[in-house]
Write a protein that binds this ligand. Structure first.
Ligand code: 1HN
Length: 352
């Protein structure tokens, strides 16, 4: 009988039922129909649970200082408040691929030596003179310093100053854990021997000369601390030279000085100066990005919603959401994302 207006709904109902019972049957064999899942598996554009979010430093500082009364750095191993994206609660993620947290180390404290497969960075927010020791070099830190802990590098922190120090930690933990390739190790001694002087790695590798015979193929930068004292004046010179990107301002990329590549294989960072009265052009890219206001104040409009930021506030722009920076006052933004990992896979995209 040819299909008619009357017979089609019933046929279609029968077909739906037949398909469902077929799906139920193959499910018992641990199989599933791809054609029912294709839209979720292969979206036309990035889909993310990550949402725009901002953490105010004045609130965060009061909260983390409270933790200082409740637990020691040694007991906690790392006294860190996890910055959890409101769209990813319970997952210790600030974006789908990155972890972020605020770490407090009080005068006299030590955060003991360990190493892990996750790479970490610190961006210093508050305090002066605490150190992190990485691979035998003690980096004494100041606000705005960008400090690397490449994967598997032994690291411990200490605060020999008289003031609490707070910094932002960003780690590629969700990325490493996605591969289920995480290892970690603790050391007998709480601190590592530091055979090098503070600043050695920046002097050896970041000055246009290299120790003779230094390897030229490195997946990670040999510089441990990109100090704000060195980097900030470069932004001022870029601005004077008129080298101001219409989307990002006068911006530098933290590079591996030996290869010109990113400082770490999984995370890439920039520092940018937004001149007074900057009104950026819209931009989006496939890397969800964490920003810190290092100086000044302004706002970032993300898909029509405005996040207003002041010094040391941390905020997140999800992947492929269009954003625009505006700044009435001259401001400096630090930013970090998983762009190097996406570039290594050949999938990174941007659009202006
Ligand atoms: C870690 O080792 C540090 O070394 C900071 O300071 C934050 C978050 C998760 C796992 C390990 C650090 C961390 C971390």
């Amino acid at each position: 009988m040819p299909a008619t207006a009357q017979t089609v709904p019933e046929a279609s109902h029968n077909l739906q039922a037949a398909r469902q019972s077929y799906y139920d049957k193959i499910s018992t064999f641990h199989m599933a129909p791809l054609w029912e899942r294709l839209k979720d598996l292969v979206p036309r554009e990035p889909v993310t649970k990550c949402i725009p979010a901002l953490w105010r430093f004045d609130e965060a500082k009061a909260l983390i200082l409270e933790a200082g009364d409740l637990i020691t750095a040694k007991e906690a191993e790392r006294r860190v408040l996890v910055l959890e994206n409101p769209g990813l609660r319970g997952q210790s993620r600030v974006t789908n691929s990155l972890f972020a947290g605020l770490q407090l180390i009080l005068p006299g404290e030590i955060a003991p030596a360990h190493r892990h497969t996750a790479s970490a960075i610190r961006f210093v927010l508050d305090g002066e003179g605490a150190y992190t020791a990485v691979e035998g070099e003690k980096a004494v830190m100041s606000p705005g310093d960008f400090v690397l802990t490449p994967n598997w590098a032994p690291h411990d922190h200490g605060n020999a100053s008289t003031k609490p120090m707070i910094w932002l930690d960003v780690l590629d933990l969700p990325t490493i854990n996605f591969y289920e390739a995480a290892f970690a190790e603790h050391f007998e001694s709480e601190t590592q021997p530091t055979g090098r002087q503070d600043g050695d790695s920046l002097h050896f590798y970041g000055s246009g000369v290299l120790p003779d015979g230094a390897p030229v193929q490195l997946k990670r930068s040999p510089v441990i601390n990109y100090t704000y004292a060195r980097t900030r004046p470069i932004l001022a010179r870029l601005k004077s030279a008129g080298d101001i990107d219409r989307r990002h301002g006068a911006r530098v990329r933290y590079a591996n000085p030996v290869t010109g590549g990113w400082a770490l294989p999984t995370m890439g960072a920039h520092l940018s100066l937004l001149p007074q009265n900057f009104k950026g052009e819209g931009y989006r890219s496939s890397d969800g990005t964490i920003f810190v206001c290092a100086e000044g104040e302004g706002a970032t409009i993300i898909d029509g919603a405005t996040l207003e930021w002041r010094q040391n506030d941390v905020f997140v722009v999800p992947p492929w959401k269009r954003y625009t920076h505006i700044a009435a006052k001259e401001s400096v933004l630090f930013s970090i994302s998983d762009r190097p990992a996406q570039e290594a896979l050949g999938i990174w995209r941007e659009e202006s």
